[in-house]
Structures are given as structure tokens and as C-alpha cells.
Design a protein around this ligand. Structure first.
Ligand SMILES: Nc1ncnc2c1ncn2[C@@H]1O[C@H](COP(=O)(O)OP(=O)(O)O)[C@@H](O)[C@H]1O
Ligand SMILES: [Mg+2]
Length: 225
């Protein structure tokens, strides 16, 4: 589904990722590692926001650096900061905005918006001003605006970093229920403890590709050494 072959990424003459070889498939892949280790860069390669300097990336049979637009129709990106992802005045309008390029009738569009709202538990906020929501609700709205487009892969870059524990739990519960592949970087080790597949990134390399429990042990050893 997602394949990295001998990938290196150099930005401004700085080696950011080196010797990346991995095949990632769903349902859940976690990425942990220190600040600056390369987590965001790895995610950006998957939907063509960055292009490998050498080697190749294949996603759903496409190369994101060559078919970025086609890939981004199937692969969505959830950022840490929900404010940066909200574009329309009200909650329902913001979700409907994601469907602007889909040829849907008004009732079809409304149905999908309402389904997405229901999925993230924001039904009663349908007509509320998006910017009046709490940070956690804003992240759920950002998630609804993605879910409504029915991507096959969701890349989440530290999606709960700005949230308190309760909002983190709400966002992660929605993510865990999604019937699609989720690749998520996080510093909240509790979130990926039970996941079957977690990568540990250090200095631009994947130094472990294992279960959540073993990945956490590897990462903590690294931090303590
Ligand atoms: N445009 C850029 N030019 C030079 N270096 C960059 C650029 N973008 C990221 N980097 C460097 O690449 C490394 C990895 O960054 P990043 O992927 O954002 O790590 P993480 O998400 O794990 O914090 C960092 O050292 C960062 O400073
Ligand atoms: Mg990052």
C-alpha cells in the first residue's frame, strides 16, 4: 500500500531522511521519535508534499512525487493545529467545503456532511461558528472535513499535541474506529502502545519497525542513553 525503496531526502543540503526501506499497510502504523528525527518528513513523502532526493515512494500504486494530485485525492493529512485547517465560518459549511469538487446534489452533500458530523460526535454543533469550538472540537471538525471525502489513507502528524487528555481521547477514539489505514506520528506514547506496527525514527533513519510496546522500549532506551 505504501512502499519506500532506498529513500533519501536532502533539504537545503541537509540529510533529513536516509536509507528508508519499508512497506506500510493498514490498519494502523505509528511513528515515534524525537523532535527533528524526521517524522513529519516521512509523512510528507507519502502524499507528495515532499519528493525523495533518491529512491522511490509508491502509494496505492502511484508515485506521490509524480502524481501528487491523484495521490492526495486518496491520501489525506491531519495536522497538529486544527485552526490551520478550518476555512469556513460554520461547522457544516467547513465540512461541505471539502466536497466542493465532488459532483453531488444538495441532499447527497447534506447527507454526507451529517454522517461525518455524527461520526465525530459534533452533530449538535452543525450551525455553530467553527472558530467558537474548543481545540478538541476543532480537531474533530478537521477530522470530519477529511472523513467526508472518504480517503483510503489518513496521515496524522501529532494530531493531539495541542489537546488536553480528554480531547486527545475523543480524537483517538474516532481515529481508532476509522475503517481506513491511519499512519500517525505522536509524542504521546500511550496512544500507540497497543498498535501492532510502530516505527521508531532517529536521525532520519528507521531504527525499529515493530510492535507498539517494543517500539516504546526502544525509544525510551534511546532517550535515556
Ligand atoms: N526545508 C528544510 N530545510 C532544511 N532542513 C529541514 C527542512 N525541513 C525539515 N528540516 C530538518 O529535517 C529534520 C527532520 O524534520 P522533521 O521531519 O520535521 O522532524 P520531526 O517531525 O520528527 O520533528 C529536522 O532536523 C529539520 O530541521
Ligand atoms: Mg514533526
Amino acid at each position: 500500500m505504501i512502499e519506500f525503496r532506498d529513500v533519501c531526502l536532502t533539504l537545503n543540503e541537509r540529510p533529513v531522511l536516509s536509507d528508508i526501506n519499508a512497506e506500510l499497510a493498514g490498519p494502523r502504523v505509528g511513528i515515534i521519535g524525537a523532535n527533528g528525527s524526521g517524522k513529519t518528513s516521512l509523512l510528507r513523502l507519502i502524499n507528495g508534499l515532499a519528493s525523495p532526493t533518491s529512491g522511490s515512494v509508491h502509494v496505492l500504486g502511484l508515485q506521490p512525487d509524480r502524481n501528487g494530485r491523484a495521490v492526495r485525492k486518496k491520501v489525506s493529512f491531519l495536522f497538529s493545529n486544527p485552526d490551520a485547517q478550518i476555512v469556513m465560518p460554520t461547522v457544516a459549511e467547513d465540512i461541505a467545503f471539502s466536497l466542493r469538487r465532488h459532483s453531488l446534489s444538495d441532499p447527497e452533500r447534506d447527507l454526507r456532511v451529517n454522517q461525518a458530523l455524527h461520526q465525530v460526535g459534533l452533530t449538535e454543533h452543525h450551525d455553530h461558528p467553527a472558530h467558537a469550538l474548543s481545540s478538541g472540537q476543532k480537531q474533530l471538525l478537521a477530522l470530519a472535513s477529511i472523513i467526508v471525502t472518504e480517503p483510503q489513507i489518513l496521515l496524522c502528524d501529532e494530531p493531539t499535541t495541542l489537546l488536553d487528555r480528554r480531547n486527545t481521547r475523543e480524537v483517538i477514539n474516532v481515529l481508532n474506529d476509522l475503517p481506513i489505514t491511519v499512519v500517525m506520528s505522536t509524542h504521546d506514547l500511550d496512544l500507540i502502545r497497543d498498535w501492532d506496527r510502530v516505527l521508531v525514527v532517529d536521525g532520519g533513519r528507521i531504527i525499529a519497525d515493530t510492535t507498539g510496546i517494543e517500539a516504546i522500549a526502544t525509544y525510551l532506551k534511546l532517550v535515556d542513553s
